[in-house]
Design a protein around this ligand. Sequence first.
Ligand SMILES: Nc1ncnc2c1ncn2[C@@H]1O[C@H](COP(=O)(O)OP(=O)(O)OP(=O)(O)O)[C@@H](O)[C@H]1O
Length: 357
Amino acid sequence: MMIEIQHLSKYYGSFHVLQDINLTIQEGELVALLGPSGSGKTTLLRVIAGLEIADEGIVVCNGEDLTHVHVQDRQVGFVFQHYALFKHMTVFENVAFGLKARKKKWRPSPVEIKEKVQTLLELVKMQEFSSRYPSQLSGGQRQRIALARALAVEPKILLLDEPFGALDAKVRKELRRWLRRLHDEFKITSIFVTHDQEEALDVADRIVIMNQGKIEQIGTPQDIYEQPASSFVYDFLGNVNLFHGRLREGKLDIGAAQFSVADDHHPFDIETVGYVRPHHLMISRQKTEQDTITARISHLHTVGPIVHVELKREETQEYLEAQMSVEQFHALQLRIGETVYVSPQQVKVFIPSDFVI
Ligand SMILES: Nc1ncnc2c1ncn2[C@@H]1O[C@H](COP(=O)(O)OP(=O)(O)OP(=O)(O)O)[C@@H](O)[C@H]1O
């Protein structure tokens, strides 16, 4: 089902929690709502579900305005962060619940219900657990049952609110891959809320970045990562080093050095900030180039194949973070306390849209 959200606004008292949201989700798409805590992701999901009413704007599904369609008639399946399975029911009964609760004329026969539940339990690889109670399952298993239960009623839209938020990192990773496969099989239009950028980048067809009740950017994971539309998006999608300086003629002048700026075609001369990802910060032991920064290594730590290098800039005493492979690290033989030369390989600047010369 295609979902069109048009000029949606919502207030809690005087607090403007959603501000003129416009978003079209294509049939069969898996879209992530990504943003910091309090940016309005859950509220937007709840308005789409019909659990909250918007003050302005509409949600349209396949051409039909849902404003007056009751939540139960929206054909929406939900999965929430906290498993919300019925504790007193077995796995089988939990998955069968939505089918059994249907009005008599739409309710499948007991044999049909049994077959359907078994198929779903196979799909989520939980067929051996059908007579267990939720308390006898792990967190990841409970979420798989929650998903099977949501799918049982054949929803047209699947809404997931931090579905793996309460699980540890390894289980989260497994489940999100599995969610992607399940989505590819069922092709249900799905929206999931997350504040974990890796999860969104890994799973979604498109990502909607939210900040303070507004959409900052909509795009594919690649667009969002490679072409962030604002400093907020850049900053939100991973660690970043900031260099305050003056932008002129395509170069960022930070005093001690001048850096070329990526895709800068602006004839500006302004104070601005250059953004550099840790893996774009190159470290040398010799001062081979003129435009480098002198810094002292303050901390080193290795996570799997990546070495994180913390440095302190000599002239400003600000901290920088660089990343390199273990192989590069061994080749350089870096040590805490030594002075090195740092040069950014890619600098991004964001010019405010209301900036005029
Ligand atoms: N029922 C409510 N009454 C008043 N304010 C609310 C209500 N529900 C949410 N809010 C506020 O609205 C803002 C957005 O909340 P929302 O839950 O949509 O954010 P979120 O992006 O999903 O955050 P999180 O990642 O922490 O779940 C927050 O500042 C929150 O405190």
